[in-house]
Design a protein around this ligand. Structure first.
Ligand code: PEP
Ligand code: MG
Length: 300
């Protein structure tokens, strides 16, 4: 079956009404680079940087991070490579960073909240990203955004770091900046947030948990924890509409992005990019290519 799918390796799928859909890879380390390329990944839609911090038992240096990010940018050029800044906290404790014990870690000090409070972690990562951006189509993405100020503060830091790199004569470029849409607050203010960034990527794993108020790790809540639930679909619809109004691109990078019954729903809602584990990419391309034209019912 996989051999039949191989025909899709170089396919750049589109809908019958002519929209291109970018099918990209979710990655967590360079060890997945080859499998992503062999699967025909059209770039990287989510590079989770947590593993870089976990595998060393300490915070990786700016240069260590730069090597990884630059290698990815070069490997997939001209496709975009979206690197997510550190998403620690909640379910993701990290060695070398002291996370406080919290009553509600999923509602706690995590993602961009932590990064903005820890410049000694955030700034080396951003500097590494600015330097790597000189090597390809590198984009930076912020996790767990709930408030406009989180974006504005990050942009101010990026501006200062870029000026410092310029004065030091260090090659760099300003990457595109995007945010993950994972909180109900981001959904409900998507029009405002869209004015500040170049792209959205919907993190359906967390968005589902926060919209449904159902812990993504609790098996008892599995019947409620459904990305296909009308409440979650409505949230995704609002985000896609806001992205279209602002003329920015919108992707999905949660597990649901590779689900055969969710893919047509996302595509019909206007999603431009689906990012998933490399082993799901060929099947996703096939599913998109076989979708009936809009307005025509599928075979079910
Ligand atoms: C998500 O929340 O959907 C997502 C892609 O991020 P993570 O699974 O790393 O929290
Ligand atoms: Mg998430």
């Amino acid at each position: 079956q996989q051999s039949g799918l191989l025909a899709y390796r170089h396919v750049e799928p589109g809908t019958r009404d002519g929209r291109k859909i970018q099918v990209a890879a979710n990655m967590g380390s360079l060890s997945e680079l080859e499998s992503a390329q062999q699967a025909g990944a059209m770039g990287v839609g989510l590079f989770r940087t947590e593993l870089l911090f976990m595998e060393r038992q300490r915070v990786p240096t700016e240069d260590e991070q730069y090597e990884v990010y630059a290698r990815l940018a070069r490997a997939f050029s001209p496709w975009s490579v979206i690197i997510r800044t550190l998403d620690a906290g909640g379910d993701k404790p990290l060695p070398g960073i002291r996370l406080p014990k919290e009553e509600n870690p999923f509602l706690g000090w995590r993602g961009i909240r932590m990064s903005l409070d820890c410049p000694e972690v955030f700034e080396p990562q951003l500097r590494a990203l600015l330097r790597a951006a000189a090597h390809g189509n590198l984009c930076v993405m912020l996790p767990m955004v709930a408030d406009l100020q989180e974006i504005r503060r990050t942009k101010a830091i990026i501006g200062r770091l870029a000026a410092e790199l310029s004065s030091a004569g260090i090659p760099h470029a300003i990457p595109k900046l995007g945010i993950m849409i994972e909180t109900p607050a981001a959904v409900l203010t998507a029009d405002l947030l869209a004015q500040e960034v170049d792209f959205f990527s919907i993190g359906t794993n967390d968005l589902t948990q926060y919209i449904m108020a159902a812990d993504r790790m609790n098996p008892r809540l599995a019947p409620l924890y459904k990305t296909g639930h009308p409440a979650v679909i409505q949230a995704i619809r609002l985000v896609c509409e806001a992205a279209k109004r602002a003329h920015i691109s919108v992707g999905v990078c949660g597990e649901a992005a590779s689900s055969p019954h969710m893919i047509p729903i996302f595509v019909n809602l206007g999603v431009d990019e689906l990012s998933m584990s490399p082993n799901a990419i060929l099947r996703a391309k096939k599913i998109i290519m076989e979708m009936p034209p809009p307005g025509e019912p599928g075979k079910g």
